[in-house]
Design a binder for this molecule. Structure first.
Ligand code: SAH
Length: 370
């Protein structure tokens, strides 16, 4: 493969993450080290479902196979560098890649749901003016192994008997700018044979709205749920808040989303970050309602999580309520996203920013579990 991140990995660590091998490749390797093909199934079962800390834990494999595995493979593509635990059942993980870069993911518990929010890039190139992830631009896209690892590392932290039930691709980075690697990772998450066996319908991919990529995803014959970050009901306001809109345009985004619904039959969610006094005025609610009325769509309002140094504020709960009622009054389905993990900088890009700043890791650190 020619992806930049994977080349770096190969230079700095000769061992490959187990994820990097298809079942066929692993079968060939197992045969080459003198073992039977059925061992592959055992290895995958261990790696993806039984939460081993090392290959030595795989006690029903022959000792020499465990040693050979350990000499050539790793269970993970990243190291857990930091874990922040909030009082509302939200865990924020910082994972260190082989090239020393840090990526974030969040594990949220809600009833029986265990949702992981995954990142697709280090930084982000979209430059949305209110978002912490894009403040320093994009450094690189994550490899498929690094994306998959966020789910695996999160699952590893759950108590026995619990597993990850849902995935939202809403962490750092523009998901569809790294679509090829994302699909490889998600296909493995959803594979019952050499992955975690999750249903595709429990995966949501959030995008700033790249029309060509939305259509490409629609043509991939998957069942992923699409969320489009709209954030403004007019071209003028969207140009201000989401600068890539200047090149794309609201109309093109909506047309691509309509195509996604037509091709996949899956209703699209529109995300709308509410910035006090900026896009939460009565006229914004009215314009949003008019724009989406008649579309099979659902609006998810996200009260802004303040980012240090940025000039935006979270609206008052009453303003959120009034906005919601206005949009709903125009016949559009709308919900408000509950804020989780505020005490641990759980909004995209915030933890990494703080961790890498002079201030050092946040004080809620519980150490760096190995
Ligand atoms: N690039 C993808 C994924 C980004 S994160 C996208 O644009 O959709 C997922 C959502 O969180 C996006 O809608 C993003 O705009 C929003 N977001 C970013 N920073 C935020 C903040 N500080 N508070 C609330 N939502 C934020």
């Amino acid at each position: 493969m020619t992806r930049g991140g994977e080349r770096i990995e190969a230079e700095t660590n000769p061992k490959r993450p187990l994820f990097g091998a298809t079942a066929d490749e692993l079968r060939a390797w197992v045969a080459a080290v003198g073992h039977k093909p059925y061992r592959v199934k055992q290895i995958h079962q261990w790696a993806f479902h039984r939460r081993p800390k090392s290959f030595a834990d795989m006690t029903d494999l022959p000792l020499d196979l465990r040693e050979k595995l350990d000499a050539e493979w790793t269970l993970f593509a990243t190291d857990l560098a930091y874990r922040g635990v909030a009082d509302d059942g939200t865990d924020k993980l910082l994972l260190r890649c082989r090239d020393g870069r840090n990526i974030e993911c969040v594990l949220m518990a809600d009833g029986t749901r265990r949702t992981v929010c995954v990142s697709t890039q280090v930084g982000c190139g979209m430059g949305c003016v209110f978002c912490a992830s894009g403040l320093k631009g994009v450094e690189r896209s994550l490899t498929a192994a690094e994306i998959f690892d966020q789910v695996l590392q999160s699952q590893q932290l759950l108590p026995p008997g619990e597993s990850v039930t849902h995935i939202v691709v809403m962490g750092m980075g523009e998901s569809l700018a790294n679509l090829d690697n994302l699909l490889v990772a998600l296909d493995r998450v959803c594979s019952p044979h050499d992955g975690l066996g999750m249903s595709q319908r429990r995966v949501t991919i959030s995008t700033v709205g790249l029309p060509e990529k939305i259509r490409k995803l629609a043509g991939e014959d998957r069942q992923y749920h699409l969320a489009v970050s709209l954030h403004a009901p007019t071209e003028e306001l969207r140009d201000e808040l989401v600068p890539v809109n200047e090149k794309i345009g609201l109309t093109a985004v909506l047309e691509a989303a309509d195509d996604y619904f037509r091709i996949t039959g899956r209703q699209v969610t529109y995300e709308y970050v509410m910035l006090g006094g900026v896009n939460d005025r009565p006229q914004d609610a009215a314009a949003l309602g008019r724009l989406l009325r008649g579309r099979k769509a659902h609006v998810n309002l996200i009260p802004y999580n303040a980012v240090a140094g940025l000039p935006f504020v979270r609206p008052e709960p009453d303003d959120v309520r009034r906005f919601t009622e206005r949009v709903r009054g125009l016949g559009v389905a709308v919900t408000v996203r509950r804020t989780r993990g505020r005490s641990i900088d759980a909004a995209c890009g915030q933890l990494r920013r703080r961790y890498e700043s002079a201030a050092g890791p946040p004080t809620v650190a519980i150490g760096a579990p190995s």
